[in-house]
Design a protein around this ligand. Structure first.
Ligand code: RRO
Length: 311
């Protein structure tokens, strides 16, 4: 009833974590494995381990369902996440890779090609918090070039984690680039809204790096996540799209499927509520489908109705 898919991988339950949330250490990944999540994706990994940006670098305001982070790609290095794959193989396990240089990327891809038990690679084209760097996904020429590089080397199924786009034309151009690379099997839309600012009641920024700028997560992302999924689904109807951004309830998951998603990731809600959010959301989805007499969530995929003209 609630299955989903990511490329050619089936998830028994279509909801799992967003990269970056509860997925940096072995224990966190094992927690996800033992939860109701339908799969799991690691923290974005780099060639060498990184300690990330200085603290405080995360803040959330649960009442307003909003978060800000500037983690700065803190991770244990790609080898750590590959070595864990044999322990995590009872569910689809995706490794997220953040690209820093082509030389390092080539080594990482070769190693992943030789690692069984990895369902696929989520290439992060959208980290907003690297000091002195812009988000790769906003440079469509660089995106095209890197996709060419990856496609020529990667033997595993792979996908892209994309930033939010705000212009339909930009999404159309991106979709035309992606069409050139049939090995791209899934897209994750969207990463946090880059370079937002939250202020606390001491008149100060809530986080320290970049004078307080960071990636915004939470409920305000949902309209942009929905529109990005919807627009990409229109241009790439065969592509599997993982919805991400502002998912707190079963209704949010349902809405992402209506726009064309085939699976959904949870970020801020998982961080705030913890692992039990998966079971709660599952029960909410079952109730919605029963009320609407829908047998399988995937049957509504892309079925959003556009309101008809009245006059
Ligand atoms: O580590 C981070 O600062 C981070 C990453 Br890699 C990302 O993709 N998105 C985000 O909000 N933070």
């Amino acid at each position: 009833m609630l299955s989903g898919f990511v490329g050619d991988i089936k998830l028994d339950f279509c909801v799992y974590n967003a990269s970056g949330v509860h997925c940096t250490s072995e224990q966190e990944l094992l927690d996800l494995l033992n939860s109701e999540a339908g799969g799991l994706v690691s923290k974005s990994s780099t060639f060498e381990p990184r300690i990330g940006n200085p603290h405080p670098r995360y803040f959330s305001d649960p009442k307003n369902k909003i978060s800000i982070n500037s983690t700065g790609l803190a991770n244990y290095g790609y080898g750590y996440y590959l070595d864990l794959s044999s322990k995590l193989n009872t569910k689809p396990y995706f490794v997220s890779v953040a690209t820093l240089t082509e030389l390092e990327l080539e080594i990482i891809i070769n190693k992943i090609n030789d690692t069984p038990d990895i369902a696929g690679i989520e290439f992060n084209f959208s980290c907003p918090n690297l000091i002195g760097k812009t988000q790769l996904g906003y440079d469509l020429t660089a995106t095209d070039k890197l996709l060419d590089f990856v496609s020529k080397r990667c033997k595993k199924m792979f996908g892209l984690k994309l930033p939010p786009y705000f212009e339909p034309l930009q999404i159309e151009i991106l979709a035309n680039i992606i069409k050139k690379y049939p090995l791209v099997k899934f897209l994750v839309c969207i990463n946090s809204l880059g370079n937002g600012l939250l202020i606390n009641n001491n008149d100060s920024t809530c986080i320290y790096p970049k004078d307080g700028l960071g990636g915004i997560g939470g409920a305000s992302l949902k309209p942009f996540g929905l529109s990005n999924v919807r627009e990409l689904h229109k241009h790439l109807p065969e592509m599997s799209i993982v919805g991400c951004g502002g998912v707190f309830t079963g209704q949010d998951v349902y809405d992402y499927f209506l726009c064309g998603a085939s699976a959904v990731q949870i970020g801020t809600c998982l961080h705030e509520e913890g692992l039990q959010c998966f079971e709660r959301i599952k029960q909410e989805l079952i109730q919605i489908l029963n009320q609407k007499n829908i047998k399988k969530l995937v049957d509504i995929r892309g079925g959003l109705k556009v309101i008809s003209q009245k006059y």
